[in-house]
Write a protein that binds this ligand. Sequence first.
Ligand code: GDP
Ligand code: GDP
Length: 437
Amino acid sequence: MAKPIVAFVGRPNVGKSTLFNRLAGKRISIVQDTPGVTRDRVYAEAEWLNYNFTMIDTGGIEPENNDIIVKQMRRQAQIAIETADVIVFIVDGKEGMTAADSEVAQMLRKSKKPVVLVVNKIDNLKDESNCFEFYNLGIGDPITISASQGLGLGDMLDEVVKHFKDLPNEDEDDEYIRIAMIGKPNVGKSSLINKLLGEERVIVSNVPGTTRDSIDSYLETEQGKFILIDTAGIRRKSKVKEEIERYSVIRTYAAVEKADVCILMVDATEGVTEQDEKIIGYAHEMNKAIMVIVNKWDLIEKDDKTMINFKKDMQQKLNFLSYAPYLFISALTGQRVHKVLDMAKACYDNYNKRVATGVLNDVISKAVLMKEPPTVALKRLKIYYVTQVAVKPPKFVLFVNDSSAVHFSYQRYLENQLRNSFDFEGTGLEIEYREKK
Ligand code: GDP
Ligand code: GDP
């Protein structure tokens, strides 16, 4: 199930980053082979009382004057409303209430999203009374904390996770395969979605930043039932480049989090860009099923080698995605568009695949017979038993004599053996080595 998303909103300097970093703890995973993903801390994973959730920090750059602050806060609040399940609204208990606070409070109230009002910088008990004026914001009881001293954070998190219970349970309509179409602006996401839907539901335009409403589309075909998650959302115009980027990261992140299958769309006329690598990096880090679509194939002059070479080049750039299948289409002419959902369904089926324990153990024993594990620091790996413990993605546990004897090349060998024996195209695999004494 998708993790709930908690967004932090508040004026510059109220302590958002301090709080974010404190809560992020050690669970920020830095996956070495994924480029660029975890360097900017737009989001982080957090945990409280057995709840796992994703935090996003909507605050970006520091504006110099008050006019800009109010404008930026409106955008922050908007993105939080669009993407988050619970919003933590942070105000400054030392500075007191400001006009920008009231304005944001009004937006949040209208949105009907669950909001937790947090008064930060209450470092001493004697400052507690500073919180009273914030009742005027009309969004309930303020919770006082000190992010820098680590006070009141438990009470705050209790309030946050309380709201998770009220979230719609997505497992109820689990028959749907959720697809996030991700890629740069103008790569052709809406054009493809329109073609798939067979109607002009989404407004297509080649002006980047066109305003449109955020809607997920439901689709039923012979391949199954699908939800195409809207990744465009309402695009607010902003002149600040960092801000646009931050918000597009947050939006993409939120869509990927909800998805089963992520379709990375790449523009054939541009090839894979750094931004593409970064976007698909989220999906890879979050263990989603992944496929790559090269769109605008109609614009490319081709001979019989063009597609193969194009694919090779992309696989090299996206080398952490060796499991992803590729499809070359034109959303404009409709070329191969009919294969998109077939492929998405196949990726999903592999992502959700269960392998029987007997066959699994046969495959691994045979693999070990064909190639003995190497010795690592005088120890040799012994594998006693294998079992699949989860799907989405498939996760296997190998019970072994000594997990320090697992050599990375042998790990890759075993994964390849699994991939050769069962079709896992389109999905990452998790393999855990557990010691059995
Ligand atoms: P952001 O702009 O909202 O992300 O705010 P920061 O987290 O960067 O914090 C702004 C300033 O407030 C920094 O100097 C922090 O050290 C300070 N600060 C953050 N939390 C607290 C707090 O609980 N008490 C006090 N006294 N200062 C804090
Ligand atoms: P989005 O921003 O990713 O949703 O991209 P759009 O669907 O709005 O498409 C951006 C522009 O590219 C529009 O002018 C489309 O008509 C055009 N476009 C989309 N797909 C194709 C394609 O396969 N071939 C060509 N030649 N143009 C395309």
